[in-house]
Design a protein around this ligand. Structure first.
Ligand code: PFF
Length: 474
């Protein structure tokens, strides 16, 4: 990380952070898990988590990045040493890197589906399609490991290209134009979906809050998704914060990003469920939900091939501005250790690609391979990261920022007294207790094992890393 590389304007950081936050999480994941966990109650837990836990953790992460001006592992280790705490805190950054590998591995496969739909829209293959044909389209895609692999490879290559050459600044400027465009297109799609589908049913599905209807797993998924959608807990916002100017307000920034991100998810949800209910489809059909419903939105639209392809291009762009933020902290870690950027990107990218093949196969040849409960490898990667390591990482970072840093540092970073007091209360108590509450509430057997294994692994790696550091210094 370079110190001279500070974004001059607060808006630039917000755009980069929104680029990271708004992605497949909002358009693909939020609707499908909301459908799986039954709607309103899930949405309520998600919204409360964003406000009471997501925003303070976002502030903690960007604060730590801005204070240390380093990549997550080095930044936390440095701040720990400066403040007389154990350098083992750096382990949170290492857990973040592992989490990033797993997230990016499946993220790239799903983004690959959008490449497929882009092509299919552009060639006019989806014009006038009905619900049955839309289901068959998705079924055929899932059944072809070869096609899925090609798309996954294309998306990973694009992500690696941008990170390898360090050219993401250009992409972040693109966020300026393309994300507002995505927003406008999303509203158009939502209006269309509302007219052609069942808007009333969608709204009552999303906003009829009955907590008693929420399963234990649903609680955890809603909490985990709040972290996933805001890119928290693995270092993305930390890295972006390390470029943030010292003057801008952490609180305003965090709230702005959280509001934009949430609005995008809710509009996407309204659009998709209008189509789903209007066409008599299942809300709980899983990861294919977005891709089954979108062709139906465009089927009746004039110029459907063009608009469908255009919309998919915007989805892909949103995915790319998120995927680079997942890869960057991992690459930044190795670059800070003196390894060449291009080489690091190639090696890490290849590894992520390989892990991604397990997700490719989860939808066809390995669909029956469910090592934990009914979870395929894709489900395991998704749940282990969103529901375990992201919340854990986020809470540890927030505990670190709020308990370990000195009062002077906190005053300098959050000058407004009232805002700082509220943040300290949320970061020290509400976020950790909230996450602990939901984790304990939801502790099913496979979750417990995943949690123990993840924590043990990270502890081990951290000890090794600290020992190696001490040996190097001796
Ligand atoms: N927030 C992104 C999305 O909603 O699509 C995904 C993501 C990016 C998760 C960066 C985690 C992360 F660190």
């Amino acid at each position: 990380m370079q110190n001279n590389n500070i974004w001059s304007h607060r808006w630039t950081f917000i755009l980069a952070a929104v680029g990271s936050a708004v992605g497949l999480g909002n358009l693909w994941k939020f609707p499908y898990i909301t459908g799986e966990y039954g709607g309103g109650a899930f949405v309520l837990v998600y919204l409360v988590t964003i406000a009471l836990i997501g925003v303070p953790v976002f502030m903690a992460e960007s604060l730590l990045g801005r204070k240390s001006r380093k990549s997550p592992v080095d930044g936390v280790t440095k701040l720990a040493k400066e403040n007389g705490a154990t350098p083992l805190w750096g382990g949170v950054g290492i857990m973040g890197a592992f989490t990033g590998v797993l997230i990016l591995s499946f993220y790239s496969v799903i983004a690959g589906w959008a490449i497929h739909y882009f092509i299919r829209f552009a060639t006019g293959a989806l014009v006038g399609i009905d619900a049955d044909a839309a289901g068959a389209e998705l079924g055929n895609l899932f059944a072809s490991p070869v096609n899925l692999t090609i798309y996954h490879t294309l998306f990973m290559a694009a992500t690696m290209f941008i990170i390898g050459l360090g050219v993401h600044k250009g992409l972040e400027r693109g966020v300026n134009v393309l994300l507002p465009l995505l927003f406008v297109m999303l509203i158009v799609v939502a209006i269309y979906a509302g007219i052609n589908g069942d808007f009333g049913a969608a709204a009552s599905f999303l906003f009829s809050f009955e907590l008693s209807k929420l399963s234990l797993e649903g609680w955890l998924a809603a909490l985990g998704h709040a972290f996933f959608t805001l890119s928290l807990g693995m270092g993305s916002i930390f890295v972006y914060g390390s470029y943030m100017s010292s003057e801008s307000s952490l609180a305003k920034t965090a709230v702005t990003v959280a509001v934009l991100d949430t609005v995008v998810a809710l509009i996407a949800g309204l659009a998709i469920f209008s189509l789903i209910f209007g066409n008599g489809l299942e809300a709980s059909q899983g990861p294919g939900l977005l891709f089954v419903s979108l062709p139906l939105a465009f089927a009746e639209m004039p110029g459907s091939a063009f608009f469908g392809a255009f919309f998919m291009a915007l989805v892909l762009f949103a995915a790319l501005s998120s995927s680079i933020s997942i890869l960057e902290p991992i690459v930044a870690f190795f670059v800070s250790k003196g390894v060449n950027r291009v080489l690091t990107t190639l090696v890490v990218g290849l590894f992520v690609w390989l892990v991604g093949m397990l997700t490719v196969f989860s939808f066809n040849v390995l669909a029956g391979f469910t090592p934990i409960g009914e979870w395929t490898m894709f489900d395991i990667f998704d749940k282990l990261t969103s529901n375990v390591t992201l919340p854990l990482g986020g809470v540890l970072l927030s505990l670190f920022a709020a308990w370990v840093l000195t009062k002077e540092t906190l005053v300098a970073q959050i000058p407004n007294d009232t805002v700082r007091m509220i943040w300290i209360a949320l970061a020290r108590f509400v976020a950790p207790l909230g996450v602990t509450f939901v984790m304990l509430k939801a502790l099913s057997v496979p979750m417990l094992w995943a949690l123990v294994a993840a924590v043990a692994f990270v502890a081990l790696v951290s000890v090794v890393q600290v020992k190696a550091g001490a040996a190097r210094q001796a």
